[in-house]
Design a protein around this ligand. Structure first.
Ligand SMILES: *Cc1c(COP(=O)(O)O)cnc(C)c1O
Length: 461
């Protein structure tokens, strides 16, 4: 299995190399040269297996010889051992033919744990073979950083630095980043907003002397290994509702397009997915683009579903690559145009995208109303992101079973949930002491040189 860049001008890599590289050198994203297809019998045989066994069968063909079979089984076992539910990704029913896939039973209560826990194990295993060390630097508006801290804490060959905007993440998110005690993970509270944090991380990657000196690597949502790990729960949930004999549809609360792109890969692998619905909040560039053909940025409007507040969706580039017949030069030209505010999707590509995805948007008022209504009708407390999905799913419900992805636990966003329905969601018992654990955090100014000096000092290079 080989991986190529969506912009067509970067080295072709193995799975292990693509995982360690993250962003391709031509600025593109790595995708598999071809997607392995599972037969109907192979999909049917997944029924009744554990989540880890399904993950093994779904992911194995993408890995090449990066890991041996037993080794990979061991990594999967370690990645998901810390989840608070034996099914890992349980399905609950919301209404006739509408199901909720609860992806929030991981250690930081958001779906990002599924990918982050596994990429932590995979990177450590790959590094241990050569004795190399790497430094991972990431910026977060909340969920990615906490998932990364949990996944990488205590790993022998990795140092992790997470920059978050000081005073602008929720208390739960902050504590999940500042309470891990292991010396290899570092929470940095930066003066500025999320865009400032992201800009400083980008600066560090563009400073090649620094990048090579500390062996910088990234684990943001464009990393192919993260997308791949998310393909698994599309299979596990669809099979438990009768796939491949019965098709299903999915609605996915979408920000950077990583999660829904994993659903697209599942369909390419042969899973019978009828509709794949993109659900956006008021930051609706994807919904507008599918409806009008114009992919145009419009600033970020802060919402009560903050993990979906994006200006552009980085992983959408992977869908465009297929929509443009896998022509890297076309994608590179579009991305250059995007820097000046946007582009018009060609007729052929737009037709491909409309045949592949449906989409809908959910306003702030509709998000709150959906939280209230779902609780009244089912007793299920939705986080605001999941509520966006449930609302848009209802608009697309047909005769095929609809599965909406619940991307975070409501207790991660208690203020928004309480404002909507008057009840403050409680943290699961295994996390109830989060507010008693000591915090460890370093305040840093919005200053590249100072942050680099701190990273160098802590990695002792
Ligand atoms: C990251 C995140 C999303 C968006 O997922 P993408 O893969 O970026 O589209 C949605 N909900 C929650 C809770 C998240 O943390």
């Amino acid at each position: 299995m080989r991986y190529i860049s969506t912009r067509g001008a970067a080295p072709v890599l193995t799975f292990g190399e693509a995982m360690m590289t993250g962003l391709a050198r031509d600025g593109g994203l790595y995708v598999p040269e071809s997607v392995p297809v599972m037969t109907q019998d192979q999909i049917a045989a997944l029924a009744g297996l554990s989540y880890e066994d399904i993950a093994f069968r779904v992911m194995r063909p993408f890995l090449g010889d990066t890991f041996g079979d037993d080794e990979f089984r061991g990594l999967l076992a370690r990645a998901y051992a810390g989840f608070g539910h034996a099914a890992r990704a349980p399905l609950v029913q919301l209404g006739p033919n509408h199901f909720l896939l609860e992806l929030f039973h991981g250690p930081t209560l958001a779906f990002k744990d599924f990918a982050m826990q596994l990429i932590g194990q995979m990177m450590q295993a790959a590094l241990a073979k050569t004795g190399e060390r790497i430094t991972i630097v990431g910026a977060t508006s909340g969920d990615t950083g906490s998932a990364a801290m949990e996944a990488f804490r205590g790993l022998a060959n990795v140092d992790l630095f997470i920059l978050y905007p000081h005073g602008r993440v929720s208390d739960v998110q902050r504590r999940q980043m500042t309470t891990p005690a292991e010396a290899n993970v570092h929470a940095l509270a930066m003066d500025g907003d999320f865009d400032d944090c992201q800009a400083r991380v980008k600066d560090m990657f563009n400073d090649f002397a620094f990048r090579d000196g500390v062996r910088l690597a990234g684990v943001n949502s464009i990393n192919w290994a993260r997308v791949l790990a998310q393909v698994v729960y599309y299979f596990s949930s669809a099979v438990s509702l009768g796939a491949p004999h019965r098709p299903v549809s999915f609605t996915v609360p979408t920000g950077n397009f990583g999660d829904i792109f994993a659903g697209y890969i599942a369909r390419k692998m042969g899973l019978p997915i009828e509709k794949l619905v993109i659900a956006t909040n008021q930051n609706d560039i994807l919904d507008r683009a599918l409806k009008s053909g114009a992919y145009v940025t419009d600033g970020v409007k802060p919402s009560i579903s903050p993990s979906m507040d994006i200006q552009v969706s980085s992983n959408f580039e992977r869908a465009l690559f297929d929509a443009y017949g896998r022509d890297g030069a076309s994608v590179a030209a579009l991305m250059a145009e995007l820097k000046t505010g946007g582009f018009t999707i060609s007729q052929g590509a737009l037709q491909f995208l409309r045949e592949t995805f449906a989409s809908g948007r959910c306003s702030e008022d509709e998000t709150r109303a959906t939280i209230t209504q779902a609780f009244a009708e089912t007793g299920e407390i939705l986080c605001p992101h999941s509520a966006v999905g449930v609302k848009v799913a209802a608009d697309h419900q047909g005769a095929t079973p609809m599965i909406t992805l619940a991307t975070a636990h409501p207790a991660k966003f208690p203020d928004a949930v309480q404002a909507a329905m008057g009840v403050r969601p409680a943290l699961p018992p295994r996390m109830a002491d989060l507010f008693d654990r000591p915090e460890r955090v370093t305040r840093v100014p919005n200053d590249l040189a100072e942050i680099q000096a701190l990273v160098r000092e802590r990695t002792a290079l």
